[in-house]
Design a protein around this ligand. Structure first.
Ligand code: ADP
Ligand code: MG
Length: 318
């Protein structure tokens, strides 16, 4: 049986720890050391994935590895930060899992995304317990340029990237034991964090959030932080063809389904002419889905201008 330190070694051999953006001191000491360049600020975020809550206990460990990093890079993207370092804490059950095989597959998925974004592993923790992965990601922004949730102004447009509801649709199909189209499965298991888009929106977006708990819930967080309200046009939500043509398609998937990891941001009217340029630069579709209002409530409208009242806003743990 592989011991704790042998497993840590395997992780660190597979996930880049140094490279261009490596820490000054990486895994192996009591803590890591990084240098924040002059004039920049460190942006830090943590997200945990628990078996049975965020992924099926028998899920492919490679996709758990990929997604555990993706959801954290998505949070950095939503702040317009450039991802640099990551700390990784894993809890593994003592029995019922081939630890070495699990770690190897997990590291493979994690390393794929880490390499793509040149993110370096600074260290972490490995303990026994219920299957759980917690990642702390660190990124950089020039001082004062992090995009917050609180900057939306009445009159700004509300925009989202990519398509919404694919992961929620995939989950629903899995739960009802129906075949899941490949593109939908990918969105659920290997979401693409919109890092380039986040960077392109720095100094342009008035506010930003990533959509993890469902569009309506997350827009709610953004508008509350901005002390504003909004009008949302449900028929303008970007929905993939694959999703829309499913027999079971339900508008609640894009509106309130979780796990999208797209960015939702607000743009002052004077920046709207730059939308196509930003979309091309970041390589992702952008859709205007609403506008910020001064009244502190969110109203959803259908294609005929009728008011829609969704049953829920999104996922909550408690
Ligand atoms: P300590 O007991 O001082 O907290 P640990 O024994 O937990 O240290 O870890 C030893 C070293 O291995 C540390 O440098 C730590 O960052 C690294 N490490 C532990 N777990 C992981 C992990 N999951 N990924 C990467 N590095 C890890
Ligand atoms: Mg120590």
């Amino acid at each position: 049986m592989a011991g704790e330190f042998a497993l840590i070694k395997r992780l660190c051999q597979q996930i880049p720890t140094w490279g261009n953006s490596g820490p000054d001191l990486g895994p192996g000491d009591d803590a890591a050391v990084v240098t924040v360049p002059e004039g920049q600020q460190l942006v830090v975020t943590t997200d945990t994935l628990n078996a049975g809550v965020h992924f099926f206990p028998d899920a492919d460990p490679a996709s758990v590895g990929y997604k555990s990093l993706a959801v954290n890079l998505s949070d950095l993207a939503a702040m317009a930060a450039l991802p640099r370092w990551v700390s990784l804490s894993i809890s593994l059950p003592v029995s019922g899992v081939d630890l070495q095989a699990w770690i190897d597959a997990f590291a493979d998925g994690f390393a794929q995304l880490a390499s793509q974004h040149q993110v370096a592993l600074t260290g972490g923790d490995l303990t026994s317990g219920p299957l759980s992965v917690s990642v702390t990601a660190m990124g950089l922004v020039p001082r004062g340029t992090a995009v917050q949730r609180s900057g939306a102004q009445p009159g700004d447009k509300i925009i989202v990237s990519g398509t919404l509801g694919d992961a929620a649709g995939a989950l629903q199909l899995m739960r009802t034991e129906q075949p899941v189209p490949e593109v939908l499965q990918r969105q659920l298991l290997r979401p693409q964090p919109q890092v380039s888009l986040g960077l392109a929106l720095r100094e342009v977006a008035s506010s930003m959030i990533d959509i993890s708990d469902g569009l309506l819930a997350d827009i709610g967080h953004l508008l509350t932080a901005s002390r504003c309200g909004g009008n949302l046009f449900v028929h303008q939500l970007p929905v993939s063809k694959t999703l829309k043509t499913l027999a079971d398609f339900d508008w609640s998937w894009p509106l309130t389904g979780g796990d999208d990891y797209q960015l939702c941001f607000t743009l002052a009217p004077r920046y709207m002419q730059r939308l196509t340029e930003i979309s091309n630069a970041a390589g992702v579709e952008l859709s205007v889905i609403g506008e910020v209002t001064a009244q502190r409530e969110i109203n959803c409208y259908g294609s005929q201008g009728e008011l829609i009242t969704p049953e829920a806003t999104g996922w909550t743990h408690f």
